[in-house]
Design a protein around this ligand. Structure first.
Ligand SMILES: [Ca+2]
Ligand SMILES: [Ca+2]
Length: 132
């Protein structure tokens, strides 16, 4: 396992935000990590990801929330690169499991989304924004 990004993506360069919350209500904190990369040269990538680290049966698991990382310098691909940041972590629907509110920005888009954690994975239950 690589020390950066736990094998999710070796090109990740910077951890931009770390939040600690009990997301699934099991009295054990999970860690929500945003990480970004600034360049496509030298095999790097552009954009960012957000993922959660959770201890499952004594082992740390990394669960992807959103991936706006692109690894090509192709102009069409660069349009999809985005930077995601968490805006809030709260239980919006009162079921005891936290939802994660995010904002992602790219060259020509802005997206707000709500992610729900269910069955050991994240799904986007609401998203709104502008752009392509
Ligand atoms: Ca938990
Ligand atoms: Ca909830």
């Amino acid at each position: 396992m690589s020390p950066k990004g736990e094998g999710l993506n070796p090109s990740i360069q910077t951890i931009t935000k770390i939040l600690k919350f009990d997301i699934d209500g099991d009295k054990q904190d999970e860690v929500l990590i945003s990480a970004s990369s600034e360049g496509v040269k030298d095999g790097g990538a552009l954009g960012s990801i957000m993922y959660m680290r959770k201890i499952v049966k004594g082992k740390v698991q990394s669960i992807m929330l959103a991936d706006y990382l692109i690894s090509s310098s192709d102009e069409a691909a660069v349009q999809n690169a985005g930077y995601i940041t968490p805006l809030d972590v709260c239980d919006l629907n009162g079921d005891g499991i936290m939802e994660i509110v995010t904002r992602a920005t790219g060259i020509d888009f802005l997206e707000y989304a709500v992610y729900q954690f269910k069955d050991n994975g994240f799904t986007s239950v609401l998203s709104n924004g502008a752009g392509a």
